[in-house]
Each structure stands twice: as structure tokens, then as C-alpha cells.
Design a binder for this molecule. Structure first.
Ligand code: FMN
Length: 168
């Protein structure tokens, strides 16, 4: 007789996953009538250099999901530690997410947000099933970076890297 694993406690799992610090990104695309669409994510990972591939995942239930499914590309804007408010603005469903945001059209018109630490413009390469999420794999077609400090998310909150105790 096989024994079933114990049921997963989603709250505990969420807390455990929060032990992994991440950067914070606003991923953008264009939606209906060419309107800008964007959402805050931290599910980013680099995947491959040749070809240059990166991934992130989106909740199937997210209002912005359809736009990312339809448009052929997206832009990943890696936020700086001065863009915490931008992160919050893009983490709340709204038709006015781009209000007060300075941006320029990038690959296939997808918004490049001003003052991001780094930007990766991508062509959608593949979309995979990821349970209640879908995993988007993008081929990087253009990119830029700067020396700005990134915004960091850890344990369910933004943390300050200002006290740099790293060793080299
Ligand atoms: C730090 C942070 C990271 C997030 N990461 C993701 C993510 O990787 N994937 C996702 O689907 N939602 C993520 N969210 C939640 C979305 O930002 C939120 O559901 C947003 O409202 C989605 O945009 P929409 O309502 O326009 O679809 C994250 C939120 C925060 C604050």
C-alpha cells in the first residue's frame, strides 16, 4: 500500500518560498487598442545565454494575463530601490497603472520604464503550463543595465540593501 504525502499547508509553503530573496520587476506589454499593460513580478529567472532566454510566471487569474498571451513580446523592467511606489502601483489591479509613470515604447511597443536598474526586451519564445500560473519564456532581443541599486523583496516585504555587509 502506498502512503500519500501529507497535505500541503499553502500559508506555510508561501512563508517558506519567501525565504528566497528576489529582485522586483514590472513586466509590460500592450493590450487591447494598443494600451500599455504592466504588472509587478518577482518570479524572474535567467535561463540560457545561447539563445538568450529568461523566464517569469503569471497567475492565470491575473487580469493582465490575456494581454501577455496575445501580444508577441514583453519588457522586463528591473526596479531600483527608489521605485518601491512603482512596484506597489503595478501590484494592484487598475486601469490607471501607468498614471504618473514615465515610459517609452520599446520592442513591439512594450513599455520601457524610466529609471529602471536594467531592462530586458523580449520576444515571447514559449509558454508553459505552471499549475495556477503560466510560465513565459522570452528571447532577449535588446537589453541595458546601470549601476543603480535594485529593489529587493524578501520574507513578504521590501528590504534595504543600503547596509552593505557583503564580502568580496
Ligand atoms: C513583490 C511582488 C511580486 C509579485 N510577483 C508576481 C508574479 O511573479 N506573478 C504573478 O502573477 N503575480 C505576482 N505578483 C502579484 C501581481 O503584481 C498582482 O496580482 C497584480 O495585480 C497583477 O496585475 P493585474 O491585476 O493587472 O493582472 C507580485 C506582487 C508583488 C508585490
Amino acid at each position: 500500500m502506498t502512503t500519500n504525502p501529507p497535505p500541503i499547508d499553502s500559508m506555510l509553503l508561501r512563508k517558506t518560498l519567501g525565504c528566497f530573496p528576489t529582485g522586483v520587476i514590472v513586466v509590460t506589454t500592450l493590450g487591447d487598442h494598443g494600451l500599455p499593460v504592466g504588472m509587478t513580478i518577482n518570479s524572474f529567472s535567467s535561463v540560457s545565454l545561447e539563445p538568450p532566454l529568461v523566464l517569469w510566471s503569471i497567475a492565470r487569474s491575473a487580469p493582465s494575463h490575456g494581454a501577455f498571451r496575445t501580444h508577441p513580446g514583453f519588457t522586463l523592467n528591473i526596479l531600483s530601490d527608489e521605485q518601491q511606489l512603482v512596484s506597489k502601483q503595478f501590484a494592484t489591479p487598475s486601469d490607471e497603472k501607468f498614471k504618473g509613470i514615465d515610459w517609452q515604447p520599446g520592442f513591439k511597443g512594450t513599455p520601457v520604464i524610466q529609471d529602471a536598474v536594467a531592462v530586458l526586451q523580449c520576444k515571447t519564445y514559449q509558454v508553459y503550463d505552471g499549475g495556477d500560473h503560466e510560465i513565459f519564456l522570452g528571447e532577449v532581443v535588446d537589453f541595458k543595465s546601470s549601476d543603480k541599486k535594485p529593489l529587493v523583496f524578501y520574507n513578504g516585504q521590501f528590504v534595504d540593501l543600503a547596509t552593505d555587509t557583503s564580502t568580496h
